[in-house]
Design a protein around this ligand. Structure first.
Ligand code: ATR
Length: 288
């Protein structure tokens, strides 16, 4: 029976700035207990000034690996020994694996995002047009996934235009056929681009639990029923942004399925174990 913690129990977890609302401990420990695996998943709340030391301690404490979450996905890279290719291109990691003291960074958000579309949204990305709000670490993973899946056009809107420029410059060489448009929020293009889009993604942090009545898109008239509207936020489960979209009859997805799918991929990297698709969908149903 491997349900009790013993001398051989391996530790995994999540490092973030404010992770009290994280569902990852619940998700991972549920799988661990159900399958009697000798692991435990812990939340590590870490201040920005301690990030380097916290990552070094993964080695010192022989922790098997961690998830990296908001707002450290980009900053964590400098403390790693290796970074897997797509994570390096994206410039953000959400997973660290400790192999005998060698720390490698991965970005399982990419597969998490793609799986969500296939399994939950029943949506094919190829030849579609997308509008992405945000240009931080999460947005970079989303944009990279969409480009890999052959999206026809991506329009990125962000408060800070410089970040969208970096994405375009960084990603274009890998996707020479891609059509990436970049804008700051102030521009009128938002209306035109959303009108022609099939997919609208909120990858900003606007609307998270601490700012329940905020939305990155205050003008509700910009939504339309032919959109698939996706908010990467999962706490609250239905943001103001998703409620706006729902009111106009658009199909909505929140950040929970992606959280589960990226978590499953990270879990596999640490443990070599992956639950069957049926069980994964059941977990999503339970927590969504
Ligand atoms: P994550 O890892 O979740 O992507 P991040 O890299 O800090 O976190 O990115 C946060 C995103 O939310 C950015 O696009 C940020 O815009 P800026 O690049 O201009 O900072 C966006 N964001 C955060 N607060 C915002 C606000 N009040 N209004 C508009 N955008 C905001």
């Amino acid at each position: 029976m491997k349900k009790e913690i013993n001398g051989k129990t391996k530790i995994i977890g999540v490092i973030g700035e404010n992770i009290e609302n994280s569902l990852s401990p619940l998700l991972h420990n549920q799988i661990i207990l159900k399958h009697s695996l000798n692991f435990r998943y812990l939340p590590f709340q870490v201040a920005e000034t301690d990030l380097g030391e916290a990552i070094q301690s993964i080695r010192a404490l022989n922790i098997r690996g961690v998830n990296i979450t908001f707002p450290y996905k980009e900053k964590a890279i400098e403390f790693l020994d290796e970074v897997e290719e797509s994570a390096r291109r994206i410039g953000a990691v959400n997973t660290i694996v400790n192999n005998k003291g060698n720390l490698t960074g991965y970005n399982t958000d990419v597969i998490g995002f793609k799986k969500t579309f296939q399994e939950v949204g029943k949506f094919t990305i190829k030849k579609k047009k997308a509008v992405i709000l945000g240009a931080g670490g999460a947005a970079r993973a989303v944009i990279y996934s969409l480009l890999e899946e052959g999206i026809e056009e991506i329009s990125i809107f962000n408060r800070t235009l410089e970040k969208t420029e970096k994405i375009k410059q960084g990603f274009s060489p890998f996707f020479p056929e891609s059509n990436i448009n970049i804008f700051s929020f102030e521009q009128n293009d938002l209306k035109d681009k959303i009108k022609k889009a099939n997919l609208l993604v909120n990858a900003t942090s606007v609307g998270m639990a601490s700012q329940l009545n905020n939305t990155p898109l205050p003008d509700e008239k910009l939504f339309h029923p032919d959109l698939l509207v996706y908010d990467l936020i999962y706490h609250p489960a239905k943001t103001f942004f998703l409620r706006q979209a729902e009111r106009v009859g658009a199909k909505i997805i929140n950040g929970l399925p992606m959280l589960v799918y990226q978590g499953i991929e990270s879990f596999y990297l640490w443990t070599g174990f992956k639950p069957e698709e049926k069980e994964i969908l059941e977990i999503i149903r339970q927590i969504a």
